[in-house]
Design a protein around this ligand. Structure first.
Ligand code: URA
Length: 251
């Protein structure tokens, strides 16, 4: 059996962004941190990092933030950038202030363009992040695109060909599936994450994407009741859905 890891209380809470280690000492001394209802007065107490700790450890009467190794979804609004330091509104600004100070830090799982909306995942778990974006896994990303001009008819075949070469690249795109919704609206399912991929694919077909929205990643769809700008923690079922069979190539 593997041993449950432990952490000093002050280190645990400082890494979760609550306060500095010194400030945590005073929170503890003032009885503001409780484990199973009992105050933990000393900040150097070692705490076992069991999954139920989030319900058992309470700071100022509030349940603990997610322990490291968690993921969330954001309904990314238009006009917000997937970057840590560019000018203008950033996806990180949409997180609770404490979550922005976490170590390990939350990162976006891939990126969406500033002018693309929809499902964006974030996690502090590097291994999970790589499993989702790894081209070997072929996790499908499904986008709804609104186009400047009516499609001409050859797009689905072109995108499915496995030979489409984007400008400036050396390797053709893997086959992608196009579903036509209307003359100027389509759903495109891609299995890679190249820079501006969907916009460049339609540009290669002589069109222009006017609006782009990501609806799902693997078998995980953006919930209809998650408003733009809002986040939701992923459950184990959500995580499993990302890698669900039938959402890779050809699925
Ligand atoms: N393809 C794009 O062109 N933009 C995105 O944001 C995602 C995929």
């Amino acid at each position: 059996m593997t041993k449950t890891p432990t952490s000093r209380l002050d280190k645990l809470l400082a890494n979760l962004g609550y306060a500095s280690r010194r400030e945590i000492q005073s929170l503890a001394a003032n009885g503001r941190i409780r484990l199973d209802g009992v105050p933990v007065p000393k900040a150097d107490t070692r705490i076992a990092l069991t999954p139920d700790l989030e319900e058992r450890l309470v700071v100022d009467d509030e349940a603990l933030d997610p322990l490291p190794g968690f993921a969330l979804m954001l309904n990314k609004p238009l006009g917000v950038t997937c970057s840590r330091k560019e000018a203008g509104p950033l996806v990180y600004d949409l997180l609770p202030a404490r979550w922005r100070r976490r170590d390990p830090a939350l990162s976006t799982v891939g990126r969406l363009d500033k002018e693309t909306s929809g499902l964006l995942l974030m996690t502090d778990d590097g291994a999970l992040l790589h499993r989702i974006i790894s081209p070997k896994r072929h996790v499908a990303k499904r986008y709804r695109a609104k186009l400047a001009r009516p499609m001409t008819g050859g797009e689905a075949e072109l995108f499915a060909s496995g030979t489409l070469m984007l400008e400036g690249e050396e390797k053709p795109l893997a086959p992608a599936e196009l579903e036509i919704v209307g003359p100027q609206e389509a759903i495109l399912k891609v299995h890679e994450g190249r820079y501006h991929q969907v916009r460049r694919m339609f540009a290669a077909a002589g069109n222009h994407v006017e609006a782009l929205h990501r609806e799902s990643i693997g078998g995980l769809a953006l919930p209809a009741d998650l408003p733009p700008g809002e986040i939701r923690r992923l459950t184990d079922a959500d995580l499993a859905a990302i890698f669900e069979a039938g959402n890779g190539h050809g699925g």
